[in-house]
Ligand binder design. Structure first.
Ligand SMILES: *Cc1c(COP(=O)(O)O)cnc(C)c1O
Length: 394
C-alpha cells in the first residue's frame, strides 16, 4: 500500500526489515513498530545482583542518584501505607498536592503542569499527541535514545542535527538547520550524553523562529545546573519542558516525572494522558522529596564537588576527562570496552557511550558523593596497577 510515510521512514535504528518481523510470529504490529528493534536497555541491575558479597557495587551507569532519598520520603511512604489511604483505591487522579508543590517549585501555575509516570511518559505523550506518520522531528545529536524510540513509534522520522562539536551549544545550528515543517524539536538540556546546556534565552529564540513546531526541552538534569526554560511556558505556546524525580530526587524506582506547557498544548495532551498512570506511592514520595529542599541542595553540592574531584583524579592518571553541568562526567579512552569491563570486575558499573556516532571513545560515569568517588578512584588505581593503559586516550 502506498502509504505516504512507508518509504521515508527508515531511520538508523529502524534495523529490522519487514520480512524479519513477519517470521517472528503472531499478528503484525503497526508499521512503525514493525520497523523498530527492541529497545536496547543496558542496565547493570542483574550484574549487581551477582556481585561478590565482599564488594559494595557502585552503580554509575544510568545517572540515577547514588544515595537513598531523603528520610522524609521513606517516612511519607510508610505513613501513607499505615494511614487510611487504601491501596485498593486508584490514586489522586489530578495529583493536586503534588502539582501545587511543583507549581511553587517551578513558578509555573498548577494548571500548566501535568504529572507523568516518569518523564519518559511525558515525552511519549507529547509524541503520541502531536506526531503523524512521516512527520519530521529534529533532534540535537547526540541525544537521549529513548526519545527517538517514542518518535519512531509514531512513524516520525528523526533528523539528527549535529553541531560541529558535540560540546557546542546547539542554538545556532538549530536556527540554521531546523526546517519550518518540523513537527517537534527535541533538546535535552543539560544534554545526555554530552552535558551541554542550552540557555533559556536561546530556547526562546528557537521557539520564536519555528512557531509551528513544538519545542521540547528535556530538563531531566535541571537541578544539577540551575538553568531552566520553565518560566517561558507562560509566554510561549509552542514549548514543553519535561522534568523528572528520577535523578537528583533519588526516587527513580517509583517513576514520577512532569511536564510544563501552555494551556493550548495542555488541552491536547489531556485528551490522551491517563490520569491513573501516576501511582499513589510515587505521588507521596515525590511530594516529600520536593519538600526537603535542604537534602536536595546538599546532594547537588556534593555532586558538583565530586565532579571536580573525579575529573582531577582522572587527569592526574593521564586520562582525557571532562566535567559536565549534569551529574556525570565523561572520559575519552582508546579502548572503552576494556575500561568498562575492568571496572565491572571491581564492582563499578559505568556506561559505554562510544558506539554513538560522533561520540567515539566516550565513557559516561555518573557522579555520586565525594566519598563514593574516592572509593571509585581507589578501585581504579588497583586496575591501573595491572593495566597501566586502561585510561589512555585514543
Ligand atoms: C534519565 C533521563 C530521562 C528519564 O527520566 P524518567 O523520568 O526516569 O523517565 C529523560 N530524559 C533524559 C535526558 C534522561 O537522561
Amino acid at each position: 500500500m502506498g502509504l505516504p510515510f512507508a518509504k521515508t521512514y527508515e531511520g538508523p535504528m529502524a534495523t529490522r526489515s519487514s520480512s524479519e518481523s513477519k517470521v517472528s510470529g503472531g499478528p503484525t504490529p503497526s508499521r512503525p513498530i514493525s520497523d523498530l528493534s527492541a529497545y536496547d536497555a543496558v542496565s547493570s541491575l542483574e550484574k549487581i545482583g551477582r556481585c561478590r558479597s565482599d564488594i559494595q557495587p557502585l552503580k554509575l551507569d544510568w545517572n540515577e542518584s547514588t544515595i537513598p532519598p531523603s528520610p522524609r520520603v521513606i517516612q511519607a511512604v510508610l505513613d501513607f501505607l499505615h494511614g487510611n489511604h487504601p491501596l485498593n483505591w486508584y490514586p489522586d487522579l489530578a495529583a493536586t498536592p503534588l502539582r501545587e508543590a511543583i507549581g511553587r517549585y517551578t513558578g509555573v501555575p498548577a494548571d500548566n503542569i501535568l504529572i507523568t509516570n516518569g518523564s519518559d511518559a511525558a515525552l511519549d505523550l507529547v509524541c503520541r499527541t502531536y506526531l503523524d506518520p512521516g512527520d519530521c522531528v529534529d533532534v540535537v545529536w547526540p541525544t537521549y535514545g529513548h526519545f527517538l524510540v517514542f518518535a519512531r513509534a509514531c512513524g516520525a522520522v528523526p533528523r539528527e542535527i549535529e553541531p560541529s562539536s558535540p560540546f557546542e551549544v546547539p542554538t545556532e545550528v538549530l536556527l540554521e538547520r531546523v526546517q519550518p515543517d518540523t513537527k517537534i524539536v527535541y533538546i535535552a538540556s543539560p544534554n545526555n550524553p554530552t552535558g551541554v546546556v542550552t540557555p533559556a534565552a536561546d530556547v526562546a529564540r528557537i521557539c520564536e523562529a519555528f512557531p509551528s513546531s513544538l519545542v521540547i526541552v528535556d530538563e531531566a538534569y535541571h537541578e544539577f545546573c540551575g538553568e531552566t526554560a520553565a518560566a517561558l511556558v507562560r509566554t510561549l505556546d509552542n514549548l514543553v519542558v519535561t522534568r523528572t524525580f528520577s535523578k537528583c530526587f533519588s526516587i527513580a524506582a517509583v517513576r514520577v516525572g512532569y511536564l510544563l506547557a501552555a494551556h493550548g498544548v495542555m488541552r491536547h495532551l489531556r485528551k490522551l494522558h491517563n490520569p491513573k498512570s501516576v501511582n499513589a506511592l510515587g505521588q507521596v514520595a515525590a511530594l516529600a522529596a520536593l519538600e526537603d529542599r535542604e537534602f536536595r541542595e546538599r546532594f547537588v553540592a556534593q555532586v558538583r564537588e565530586a565532579g571536580e574531584v573525579l575529573v582531577a583524579a582522572l587527569r592526574e592518571r593521564g586520562a582525557e576527562a571532562r566535567t559536565t553541568r549534569a551529574n556525570f562526567v565523561l572520559v575519552r579512552v582508546a579502548n572503552p570496552g576494556r575500561l568498562v569491563k575492568a571496572l565491572e570486575e571491581e564492582g563499578v558499573f559505568v556506561r559505554d557511550r562510544s558506539h554513538i556516532r560522533g561520540f567515539e571513545g566516550y565513557v559516561r560515569i555518573t557522579l555520586g558523593t565525594c566519598a563514593q568517588m574516592v572509593d571509585l578512584i581507589e578501585r581504579l588505581d588497583r586496575l591501573l596497577a595491572r593495566d597501566p593503559l586502561l585510561l589512555a586516550p585514543p
